[in-house]
Design a protein around this ligand. Structure first.
Ligand code: LMR
Length: 330
């Protein structure tokens, strides 16, 4: 090869290398965020806010794709999919981590937290923060808590006292504590994915379910449940999670910026949650499709008495220190 030809070849090779390197640098990082609820919910709004902040701030270096309504994965599959790298962010209910840690079951104990401020105080304290990292050894990182709100009981017949729930079938999330809670009032709990709840209620395959005002409203459960008892008996909260592999593999300059956007989106989602607990409740009442039953103090106490023994049943699995700290946060 002549000298000039060799020079030309090395020039072409150099240009190709630079081009491919800059192409590789320009390739955006994709973050798939999968969730099971509608977009007009605290979690749906939080996910969309996160996407918006990333779009505004990261110049196309990171692209967020949000998949609502169990479009990509249901909550029973999403954690496995995350470990396989098929999805990068999710915010499953804290009731869905049984396979990964027993301590998070604390959030399902009936009548543990008096309101969402108590939940917030517990989560900001040392025990709540420790729970955030309780799934680390399983390859998952908790990046933050996100609120939805307190749960109510909906049913095909009026539930005023625990005996009204006897022998009725209730859909629950995949939590043994929630199963024990319904068994404590003589009801029959059935673990089913969120995506199936409406049809199960509509076809009367089950009698009732427990959920927050925003989930009951956005998934139209109130249209197929003639009664909702305002029990505020438990909390529905989420853990925003990613996989350790994905998170630690992010470029060091981008990770803090992504985390900041996520923290802001969570704060926004928490505000939406507080407002929706009020607004969606009112919309349900105004719809006149269902009757919202308020309990007297004496009636509510009967539910507390019937369900509270569940705490003792799970104390060893959860850890008494966590339960004590939660009680103190009230
Ligand atoms: C449920 O399954 O009832 C909830 O966890 C759904 C959700 O994510 O709010």
């Amino acid at each position: 090869m002549s000298k000039s030809k060799a020079l030309l070849v090395s020039l072409i090779v150099a240009v190709a290398l630079v081009a491919s390197a800059s192409f590789a640098m320009a390739k955006p990082i994709k973050i798939k965020f999968s969730h099971v609820v509608a977009e007009n919910t605290p979690k749906g709004q939080m996910a969309n806010k996160f996407k918006q902040l990333i779009d505004e701030r990261l110049d196309g270096k990171v692209i967020v794709q949000v998949f609502p309504n169990s479009q990509l994965f249901g909550d029973n599959k999403v954690l496995e999919a995350m470990l396989l790298g098929d999805v990068h962010l999710a915010a499953p209910s804290l009731s869905k981590f049984k396979k990964y840690t027993k301590s998070l079951q604390i959030y399902d104990l009936p009548f543990l937290f008096t309101d969402m401020n108590a939940v917030e105080r517990f989560q900001k304290g040392p025990e709540g923060q420790k729970l955030l990292t309780s799934i680390k050894s399983k390859g998952l990182i908790g990046l933050g808590y996100l609120h939805n709100g307190l749960k109510q009981l909906s049913a095909s017949s009026p539930l005023r006292v625990p005996a009204d729930a006897k022998n009725k079938k209730f859909r629950i999330m995949s939590s043994d504590v929630l199963a024990a809670q319904f068994e404590a009032v003589g009801a029959m709990p059935l673990k089913k994915p969120f995506s199936e709840v409406f049809t199960l209620l509509q076809t009367k395959a089950i009698d009732g379910q427990e959920n927050t005002w925003s989930n009951i409203f956005s998934k139209k459960f109130f249209e197929v449940q003639p009664f909702i008892t305002e029990t505020n008996h438990g909390v529905l909260d989420y853990l925003v999670i990613t996989s350790t592999e994905f998170w630690t593999g992010l470029p060091d300059d981008l990770r803090p910026r992504i985390k900041k956007a996520l923290d802001e989106a969570i704060a926004f989602g928490n505000k939406v949650a507080a407002q929706k607990a009020i607004d969606d409740r009112q919309k349900i009442i105004d719809s006149r499709r269902t009757k919202v039953l308020e309990l007297t103090a004496a009636e509510r106490q009967l539910w507390v008495n019937a369900m509270k023994p569940v705490w003792k049943q799970f104390e060893d699995q959860i850890g008494k220190n966590y339960i004590d700290a939660a009680i103190k946060s009230n």
